[in-house]
Design a protein around this ligand. Sequence first.
Ligand code: 9Z3
Length: 335
Amino acid sequence: MDSSGSDFSAERYFATQPPPPSLDEDIARVRTFIRHQLQAGRKVVLVTSGGTTVPLELNVVRFLDNFSAGTRGATSAEYFLKAGYAVIFMHRQFSLQPFSRHYSHSTHPFLDFLEIDPSGSNNIQITVTPSERDQLLEVLTAYKEVHRLGTMHTLNFVTVNDYLWLLRAVSKELSVLGRNALFYLAAAVSDFFLPRQKMSEHKIQSGKGSLHIEMDQVPKILKPLVDEWTREGFIVSFKLETDPALLIPKARTALETYGHQVVIGNDLHRRKFEVVFVSPREPCSSGKTNDAESTFVETWIRIDLAKDPKKEIEEDIVQELVNRHHSWIQQSKQS
Ligand code: 9Z3
């Protein structure tokens, strides 16, 4: 695979691309958080969220980006917290976050529903528009409880390089939890990158006609994640497609290649109301076969937004995963 010179194995990637400067500090905090959750007997989920960038210059002016607002990750994190999990929320800097996502500056800016009540000149009060009170109270109560319990830890990435280094280090830390660790890999990760050694130091200059950039393939990080970094964790990856016909075949290929537990397939335009869980069929129910149809099971989750516009599909996704993760933990106790 490396012979073409354009594909990086994970090993070669980490040997040649530098870690983000804050990695050691970030991981020391993650370690403390995990120790605390271990003592409290909580399961921990790593939620990755948002898109990674690929810088084109060392002094970066231009970069490629991957689509993701961070809605899937931030919303799911809230439901995991509600289900009693501790959450490591590893997200693209400035993408949506649990709780504050309800008051995104572009869709629901909170300044719009705060009012100044000048009842006394020395005693100005800020009040909340009555129609917003109930929801704010609910969000704020859940948020304060998470702070009180210390059940969420937040980490930032920007580039695909930050993401890969963090994912490797966090997953190694999570391995102390054995089967109690869940990986929910919803971040939209670049498939291609520009190695540091090939980047121009300064801003690429225009005026020489069209720009040609040859990018290398980002290593398939799920392979070492499953085989080396965290052998017992329950691993869920997402597959994003724009051609619905590719969703299930690509999800099956990912499971065949990496050997993890679940791929959640989502079509870009239908992702808010429909996803498909693809997972290996339990050996006892199918017998031995090489037929992909019977080697994998598909479970669709759909919600009806016309009937219930406030419903979030992440609630059902997380419920299904909590059940599956529970069975996964029970299986190991029986064997
Ligand atoms: C997803 O498929 C996420 O569900 C979305 C969420 C990015 C669609 P939003 O943040 O969107 O709610 O706006 N994430 C995984 C995308 C990805 O890069 N998957 C890789 C692939 O498809 C595999 S790891 O090849």
